[in-house]
Design a protein around this ligand. Structure first.
Ligand code: ADP
Ligand code: ZN
Length: 759
């Protein structure tokens, strides 16, 4: 008999078998959504498989699928197969994984179900309707010569001229530029000069402004070579994977653009993944300038409706290029021929909740399964990626120089804070050399970026009398003082906040002092030290998404002399007038309890330094540190990525850490400390009892309190599994899955394969 395996798109969803009623035979295929009876209710499920076989249990108990929701699979075979492999790799519940790729239900679908008499009450909340705009395009024959002279004036002529430079635009977009464009377009349409159409569009900040088409620049020789290698793989349909190793400003994006063009020319689609904070209107603008507005932008800020629209335009093949942050990995790009992962070393590609996948690793997997080409790009490749190159699994393509002929890598100077004192401001973190350099930059009417990876005013508040630190009520971390508004203490892990008091929570004396330096305070200190400079700040507190872009726009247009900020100032922005970059405290990133601390610090330093001198003016970078000999700092100051990687690889090999070993972090948390600790011990014993652990193929370390021992009121313990071989590690982890799935009540087990966040 015909059976369907279905999964419920919820965490912990396991596949179940259902019968296929005769009426649905031939209409049902994998990747479709269906309604199935679950207890008293009907639930939305996804079909994983349809096969002719006998049920493994009593036939009489077999339930049948109640109704089909989609006419065609929402998850095409390529995507469904990929999702199943991803779920298996991370030992994640298939339902949880499917959920990440499913579109919302359309209201018309809900209506159709209702007409079949199905109750759809439990489907509310994730349904969407439609919204359309009018598109405008020039009629092919409407060349300039054929213009009916005298009949058209002003706006209409300008609009006509504009249309001859772009393939298609929309009335709302024209209205932005020409008031009354709507009426002018109507006239043009009556004269038969333009064609109108209807299209659903997203109202996204990424499409708020019109972008003119660009003219592709002549490639540099190394861009040319990289483009050829990637293009050959695409046109030859060879599923090869590449690392584009290019210094900051070397024009990696241009190589991606060419690769996408080659991909489109071969009749295939392309997917581009970038770190969330690099996904700016400016970056998207570069893709729109090359490929027009038929580019899908996918990010966490989309509304359900916008997301669905993007999804539909990709699924139908109308749009063939998708660009987005981590979750765009699941975009239904048709006939995917290219997957680009820019800044592949970036930690934000790892999802840290639910199914903990790594979008870079899975990008390679999806490309591989689809016979597509993968291109990872970075100025500071991760050690994992370097290892894949050494193993011959990735082909390395290099862009050793900056793309602008005159742009050279900036000169880097280390300022040893142990030996060099403060400048005239007296502030210990504005050293004399940094102060002087800022002065000179101001004088030359150029711009400065000051990087400090700590937001807020003071990172901690402590008691001058008893030394107690003011901590979060829910987490084992210090609260950060933010001065903005009336001033408050904020937890950067759980967002708990309380008002600032001047009384010590332990000894109740009024002796609290602010300790350390955050961007908020740095901004103030810099404004005081340089009263004539225009200072701006960029961090999560003042700006996110479109607002961050507004700050950067002010920098670009020369309204800002000194930009103070966190990591947000380091990513991919092209700010040609920035000639000085100051790293306020390079040591902060090195002190993290994480085997990747050094690698991460190095990457940040190189990225920040890369902001300086991106066009014809030479740049300078000052790195303030108390540990100038630390390899991460010393190699970064020489732009010596290769030497750093070599040295770091040697360390990792010796300590048997990735990429020389496979790790899995099994975390257990709960609200009661003792109970959670006891369970952690049980977990450890279960892991140690597995065959692979017994034979020594897998080493089990723990149980130990996590470095972040308490988070959001939950006590956290962890057990680390380590192996040379993935297979061995996997077999041990599989033995822990039932334990995880059985665990009820207040405790929770999370299995994190290839962990990034070790806290
Ligand atoms: P990366 O991503 O490698 O840091 P970008 O792609 O941002 O570098 O390029 C840096 C700058 O160089 C950009 O302003 C870009 O427009 C410019 N650029 C890229 N390729 C070329 C080229 N072949 N000729 C001239 N300018 C180029
Ligand atoms: Zn907290």
């Amino acid at each position: 008999m015909l059976l369907a395996d279905v999964a419920v798109p919820v965490p912990l969803g396991r596949p179940f078998s259902y019968g296929v009623p005769p009426a649905l035979e031939g209409r049902l295929s994998a990747g479709m959504r269906v309604l199935c009876e679950f207890g008293p209710k009907k639930t939305l499920c996804v079909v994983l498989d349809v096969s002719d076989r006998e049920p493994a249990f009593d036939k009489a108990k077999l339930k049948s699928i109640a109704a089909i929701v989609d006419d065609e699979p929402v998850l095409m075979p390529e995507l469904l197969g990929f999702l199943r492999e991803l779920a298996a790799y991370y030992l994640a519940p298939i339902g949880e994984v499917l959920r990440m790729a499913l579109p919302a239900l359309e209201r018309t679908q809900v209506r159709a179900l209702r007409e079949q008499g199905e109750s759809v009450s439990n489907l509310k909340g994730r349904t969407v309707g439609k919204r359309e705009i009018t598109t405008v395009r020039l009629v092919d024959s409407a060349s300039r010569k054929a213009l009916p002279k005298g009949k058209l004036r002003g706006r209409a002529v300008e609009i006509l001229e504009h249309l001859s430079t772009c393939p298609e635009t929309s009335v709302p977009r024209l209205e932005q530029r020409w008031k009354g464009a709507r009426a002018a377009v109507k006239r043009l349409a009556l004269l038969g000069l333009v064609e109108l159409g209807k299209r659903e569009v997203p109202s996204s900040p990424f499409f708020a402004e019109a972008v003119d088409r660009d003219v592709p620049p002549a490639l540099t020789p190394s861009q040319e070579a990289a483009t050829r290698a990637i293009g050959d793989a695409i046109s030859g349909a060879r599923p090869e994977s590449f690392l584009l190793f290019g210094v900051t400003g070397s024009g990696k994006t241009e190589v991606y653009l060419r690769a996408i063009a080659a991909c489109l020319a071969a009749g295939k689609g392309a997917l581009v993944l970038v770190p969330e904070i690099a996904l700016t209107p400016q970056l998207v603008g570069r893709f729109r300038a090359r490929f027009g507005d038929d580019v899908a932008v996918i990010h966490s800020g989309l509304t359900e409706k916008e997301r669905h629209l993007m999804w539909r335009r990709l699924r139908s093949g109308v749009v063939r290029v998708a660009i987005g942050a981590r979750s765009a990995l699941f975009a239904p790009v048709q006939r995917v021929g290219l997957i680009v992962v820019d800044e592949e070393h970036d930690g934000s590609f790892k999802q840290e909740e639910g199914a903990r996948y790594h979008a870079r690793d899975m990008g390679i997997l999806r490309a591989h399964r689809a016979g597509a080409v993968a291109v990872l790009g970075s100025a500071t490749p991760s050690l994992e990626t370097e290892m894949l190159c050494q193993q011959g699994k990735l082909t390395k393509l290099e862009l050793p120089e900056r793309a602008h002929a005159a742009a050279v890598l900036p000169r880097v100077e280390l300022v040893d804070l142990k030996r060099i004192g403060p400048g005239p401001s007296g502030h210990p973190l504005l050293s004399l050399p940094l102060h002087r350099a800022i002065d000179q930059t101001l004088e030359a009417r150029e711009q400065t970026i000051l990087f400090l990876n700590r937001r807020g005013f003071a990172p901690s508040v402590l008691c001058g009398a008893c030394g107690a630190i003011v901590r979060c009520k829910l987490c084992s971390v210090a609260l950060t003082f933010h001065r903005q508004g009336r001033g408050k203490l904020l937890c950067h892990y759980c967002d708990y906040s309380r008002s600032m008091s001047d009384e010590c929570p332990e000894c109740h004396r009024k002796t609290l002092i602010l300790e350390g330096l955050g961007t908020e305070k740095l901004e103030t200190a810099v404004a005081e030290a340089f009263p004539n400079a225009r200072v701006a700040r960029l961090d999560r507190d003042v700006a996110s998404g479109a607002k961050a872009e507004a700050v950067l726009e002010r920098v670009r247009s020369g309204e800002v002399d000194i930009l103070v900020g966190t990591q947000m100032v380091t990513k991919g922005h092209d700010l040609p007038r920035v000639t000085l970059v100051g790293v306020i405290n390079a040591d902060a990133a090195l002190s993290m309890p994480d085997f990747r601390a050094s690698e991460r610090a190095f990457q940040i330093l190189v990225q920040v330094a890369g902001r300086a001198g991106r066009s014809d003016r030479p740049g300078t970078v000052l790195i303030q540190t108390r540990d100038p000999e630390h390899p991460a700092i010393a190699f970064a100051s020489r732009h010596d990525v290769r030497a750093f990687i070599e040295r770091e690889l040697a360390d990792r090999r010796e300590l048997m850490y990735p990429p020389f070993a496979r790790l899995a972090l099994v975390r257990l948390d709960g609200t009661e400390e003792d109970r959670t600790r006891r369970l952690a011990l049980e977990l450890f014993r279960a892991a140690s009892a597995t065959t692979a652990a017994q034979t020594g193929e897998v080493r089990v370390v723990g149980p130990a309190p996590a470095p972040l021992a308490r988070l959001r009121g939950r006590y956290r313990f962890q057990v680390l599994l380590r192996a040379r071989e993935r297979r061995a590690l996997r077999s041990s982890l599989l033995a822990l899955v039932p334990l995880r799935d059985r665990l009820g009540g207040q405790n929770r087990i999370v299995i994190d394969v290839d962990p990034v966040q070790m806290m």
